[in-house]
Every structure is written in structure tokens, then in C-alpha cells.
Design a binder for this molecule. Sequence first.
Ligand code: UD1
Length: 420
Amino acid sequence: MDYLQIVGPTKLTGSVDISGAKNAALPLIAMTLLAKNEVTLNNLPNVVDIKTLIKLLSNLGATVDLEKESVKINTCSLTNTKATYDIVKTMRASILVLGPLLSRFGHCEVSLPGGCAIGQRPIDLHLKALEQMGAEISIQAGYVLAKAPDGLKGAHIVFDKITVTGTANIVMAAALAKGKTIITNAALEPEVVQLCEVLKSAGISIDGIGSSELIIYGTDRRLVEIEPFHIIPDRIEAGTYMCAAAITNSEVTINKIRPDHLEAVSSKLEQMGFSLEVKDTSITVKPAESIKAVDIITQEFPAFPTDMQAQFLTLCTQADGVSIIEERLFENRFMHVSELQRLGADIKLKGNSATVAGKIDLVGADVMATDLRASSALVLAAMVAKGTTHVHRIYHLDRGYVELEKKLQKLGANIKRLKE
Ligand code: UD1
């Protein structure tokens, strides 16, 4: 198993290019199930989660031509509609094939994803919405068995909670359903917006893109022709490098990004005393005279993202004063706290909030990655910790960060990938 060795403290300098967004690419790969042509996705992030979903599609019978930063997927002759446990258990986002498979074939079986490190993460809202669209759903032997022999029908879906993959799944289901689907309380995340935009340019009529009410006019099972497109930049990868600049109090330019997707993150960094130079496709983070404490509440887009919570919590260990971080989306998303404590951080947890005592000298130690974003937070901490830190179980990191150690080495970090 690989691990990372990081020697700190370090200063960074220069610029880093951000890859395509994993969380945009996943629904867009599932979306190829709605196409009658071979679909080309460019700016594909070369990370394990993407390879997992591509493997799931090829197991179903799609033909796939994967290059470093692009993939061509053809699902035309696909007939298998069973997404098996061995793949789904490794990545919850595999549930994204449920909506498109059901709307295209009228039946499918998708393994239940099960729990994960950051909480329960149920899929009840996906299932309830599909039932409203006429699906008959049962759970048997760990699988969701879904049937809609006459096809799905448009419906008015009101999500009780905002769900990102739930919205994506229902948008894809609605695209081939019969009639009009209204989704109220839809997710506003840029990744959902891109899915809608690509479907719209493929001829699906969608109103309200980017708002909390989407109206989708389905094709009644007619597949669509999807032109090649470019996946949007990864705002969480970008935010993580912004935090790398901030925690080392260095000047770093983050390139190939959409600054408008990073407003909540940028605004917190400014509150903490960093100055930002924002251009069309880049942000330069400049050092702070002193790093100020900050309070953060994670919420749905456009508010502060839960996927940036671990990185900011780590940054707060270097601030002057006490910061309070409240996690509103996932019930168990503070697994990184006990690992940060091993490096010397002073953090107290109560319910869904963490109180981070400011400015402490961290010292290198062995730590274990627990989930994707928690892993990057440990790498950030290691860059300011004095001495050597080993971050173990970095397969979590490889699920979502493209060549993290190479990008950080280029910025001047002393980081190496080694084998246990
Ligand atoms: C997506 C992102 C993930 C991010 C999360 C929140 C992808 C592949 N993953 O995950 O990186 O952390 O959004 O921004 O895009 N919920 C239910 N029932 C459901 C669905 C969700 O109760 O059927 C709850 C969840 O437990 C959670 C909240 O709703 O508390 C939001 O979850 P959701 O937006 O669905 O997260 P994901 O789409 O799984």
C-alpha cells in the first residue's frame, strides 16, 4: 500500500493547474447511458473514482476508449442492466446509473451502496422520486430492483432535503421519461448545472437551470445525440490548493479554474486575512500578515461546501484565536480530528461542531487518512508540521485528487509517495 512522506514546515511558490471536476465527471459518465452516439468527455480527471464508474459501464456492456484526460464512451449496444455489489460498494456515486438505466430500459438492478466513513448517506430520496415517476421499487438481497415496464412518467418531485446525486439521478431519469418533470428544491451545485447544460445542448428541454426548480421535458425513451464537451474545473481540488497556499502562508496561483464556483471559499480566506487576486480563470492567494480565526457552517452550494470543511479546519489550527466549525451535511465528518490531534492540534468536538484553538506548532507523526477530503487535510497539516509526517491509507486521496504529490512537489513541498 502507498503512503505519503511529507517533511515540514515548508513554503510554497509558483502555480498549479487544476484538473476536471470528479463530481461533475461522475454524473456526466452516467449520462452517456442516455446517448445514441459515442460520447467524448474532455478534461477528465484521471482518478480512481472515475475509473471505477467507467469500469461499471464497461461491465454493463459499454465500449470505452480511455486516454489520460479524455474518454469516449459508447453505450449503444449495452443490454446488461445490473450494477453489481463488487463495484458499487467501492463507490457510492455508482448509484448515479440508477436513473438513466431505469428510464432507458424500463428495469434495472443496482446494488445498495451501504454506509460510508462520513455517515449513513441513504438513497431514500432517489427511490421515492423514482416511485413518483411510476417506478416499482423493491429491495432484495442487497439490491435495488426497479421496474417501469411502460417507461417513467413525468412527475412533480419535491425533495425534502437538497441532494446532489439525487438531483442528478432524477434529471437523467426525467430526460427519457414521458412528459414534464418538475424538481423542487433541486441542488444548485455547478456539477448539477453542467449536467443540465450538456443535456440541454443535446436537445432535452430544461428550464430553470441553476435554480432550485428544474423543469425537464422528457423524450419518452428516445435517446439523444451528445456532442463532445469539456468537464468543468474541480472547485474542491482548487479550494484545497488555496488552503495549501494559505496554511503555508505562501503566494500561489491556482490556474484553470472557475472563480465564480469558489466564492464561499474565497470569502472565508479573505476573512482570515489572505488577499486574493482574482482573474477570469485563476486566483492568486497572497500571504496574510496574521491569520485570523473564523467561524464556518457547511451548507449546500452556494454556501460553504462540506467537501472543504476538513481543509479549513486544519487551516484554523494556524489562526490567531478560536474558530468554530459546524458540519451541517454529514453526521460523522470529523474523523480527521483525531488524526490532527496526533500532530498536536487542539480541537474539541461536540455534536456536529468543532472548536479549534488557534496557532499551535504541529509536529510530524504517523497519521491515517479516513476519507477523501480528510486525507488532503492531513497533507496540509503535514506541510506546516515540524519534521516528518507519514500519511497512510492514501487510496482515499487517489479516489479524487489528480497527482496530488506531483502538483505539490512542483510548488516546492517536500513530499514523496512511498510503499509500506
Ligand atoms: C455529493 C458529493 C459529495 C458532497 C455532497 C454534499 C458527488 C459524487 N458527491 O454527495 O462530494 O460531499 O454531495 O455536497 O457529487 N440524503 C438523504 N437521502 C438521500 C440523499 C441524501 O437523507 O436520498 C442526505 C445525505 O445523507 C446528506 C444530505 O442529504 O446528509 C446531502 O447529501 P447529498 O447531496 O445527496 O450527497 P451526495 O450526492 O451523496
